[in-house]
Design a protein around this ligand. Sequence first.
Ligand code: FES
Length: 258
Amino acid sequence: MVRLTINGKLVQAAEGEMLLSVIRREKIDIPALCHHEAVEPYGACRLCMVEITRPEWDGWANFVTSCLYPVEENLIVSTHSPKVIELRKTIVDLFLACHPNTPEIIQLAADYGVTHTSYEEVPEPDDCILCGLCTRICETMGFKAISAVGRGHGKEIAPPLGEAPPDCVGCLACAQNCPTHFIKFSDRNGVRRIWEKDFELMACSRCGRKTITREFAESLSAGRDIPMEYFEICDDCHRMETSRTMGRIANWSREVQP
Ligand code: FES
């Protein structure tokens, strides 16, 4: 167990745990747009920056991205010191120059009192903050449908050769976890469309709802050894069936008790 101080409070953390995870456990709110518990930290957005020091540093301090910095014994962490706020404001200011129309960035800027950018706005802004969360989540799911291509202002997230990605199974993990909702998809008439690719949605044999693509079901079935029949019933109906079964077991055990 490691002991450290965050905003004046002594806290405990597990060896190897990242500062951001402890900060969140302490319910301290700091922005962390490129972070997701399910994937390795990447340090792209820099918004989770905090100030650190140690008793023996004689007042000297350093600034680190908390998602990538492991806890240390006796570390003293400030998540909202004047210098940290100033640094975060500068990062938000830069984000605002690149994404002036993105609601999540506008809200973040408002939270930090940044009303307009002091940098030159990019000529054709979009909502992609290039945090790489979509590509990391795609990889974690076992696919490589999209990646970062190009450089500088031309850098973007795209499928290989800009064509419908053969590796995409339409799971939506990229779109649903994009912090700025840049990745668009549609579910219409039993067809899901994402990254310019169409997928057939399987209908639940109980309620008829269409929630999973055949390709995603097949990949889960093959990769995790789950029979394909499992995916013929949607998650909600599976849950309902489980609670009914649990109810029957509870009634049965009440009946057989002496
Ligand atoms: S959350 Fe740490 S750099 Fe983005």
